[in-house]
Design a protein around this ligand. Sequence first.
Ligand code: ACM
Length: 524
Amino acid sequence: MINRNHSGAIKTVIIIAMTVLQMSCTTKTPSDLSEESIIPKPVSITSTCDYFTLNAKTAIYVKGETADIIRIGGFLSAILKPATGFPLNVKSTIEAPGSGNIFLMLSDSAETRGDEGYLLTVTKKQLKLVAKSPAGLFRGIQTIRQILPSDIERDSIVERPWEIATGTIVDYPEYSYRGAMLDVARHFFGVDDVKRFIDFLACYKMNVLHLHLSDDQGWRIEIKSWPNLTIHGGSTEVGGGTGGFYTQEQYSDFVKYASDRYITLVPEIDMPGHINAALASYPELNSNGKATELYTGTEVGFSTLSTKKEITYKFVDDVFRELATLTPGPYIHIGGDESHVTKKEDYIPFVERVQDIVIAHGKQIIGWDEISLSTLRPNATAQFWANAANANRAVSQGAKILMSPAARTYIDMKYDSTTVLGLSWAGYVEIDSSYIWDPANYVPGIGREKITGIEAPLWTETITNMKELEYMVFPRLPGLAEIGWTTSSERSWEEYKVRLGKQGARLKAMDINFYRSKQVPWVE
Ligand code: ACM
């Protein structure tokens, strides 16, 4: 039992009651909801020591006929069908369904909190999920997945009982922004890969996908008014491979795929540095008017847009106009990091003017923490990755902070000295290091109220395909998702590592290539 909101007296009564209940939760398997491994850890779990069974007659009843709730019902059905082989039809209803069914409904019930909160009640007769908004139902469905046997993640029929322990889960997130970043510029990842990455985020209740769409090595998003960005600038990647890019249609497909999972897409075009792919595609963006060569190495900090030429601002305006039109979410990420060859006196007015351009296209700014050197516009967010002084300067200007400390959240860092993939400039990041920290006391001076959430960036200098990506992402991503969702006073490494270990079989069933850290007692 976990609880963060009751007074001490109520808490004591509940704990005593729970202890009695848990003592009786011994006869059937599974019979103890509080023993299930759920990541991120929910706010509160109460066990009632029995179980609900999915069977061939189970249907998913949804109350109301809105497109959202019917789609969410369909999503749950699609998850549960392959391994169970049951039809799990989605049916619209106005009444609670009969015994043996799943029931999804929207309600303003006081027990569910915020846009992503949900209340899951499992009895012997019914599995009921209630939320105030569709996003909450979607998050709750991820919990339903995790309280079913791990075989539920298999893609072909497994003959076995499908039992779920009974009880109640009340749940809602600590932070409103819980994201991951994928660098598709250093190595290009195709449409299906990006969708699989979105699926990973969805599983752990994350709600933002930040796509790093341009860098020295490649430009990955079609910009119709500057076509050579992708034709030439997208034609290679680190190591000299053929690279690639997303058409605007493919990008819109990501937006929809993500938004169907209540995940917001944040596109980044990094500038004024990390921009060689554009400089190689258009000579006029260079101070000397000459196009650079394409670049396939991994150095950083050598390129800059010409900040003095008017054509640069036409370019920036065109790029962000097209991106803003394609992006329904509130944010555009302007990069701003490691512009080592842009003079500070040029960097500052450039970033200010770029902020104004993005705002003129109706979006809010996110930028790496260096952008705080400039005067930040209202509603700007600085993404802290390395420099505490930059982050504090952002806060002193009224900006919010997105926490991505490299030494904790950079999931491209090696786990230890033996890890073949990844980099190590921010140190080795084993599973415990990535889990044992609190965003609200990591940077002196930046407390909870300044922080929108956390993001785990995956840079891909060394990562060339999905199996390699999975190895770096898992199992760090679930822990980082938990840091965003579960309040820090409810988290402990000793408890988490056991819960994570119990998900070994689930990761395997999902065909995920994960790092079997010796720190974790894996059960596969
Ligand atoms: C960064 O890692 N250069 C933001």
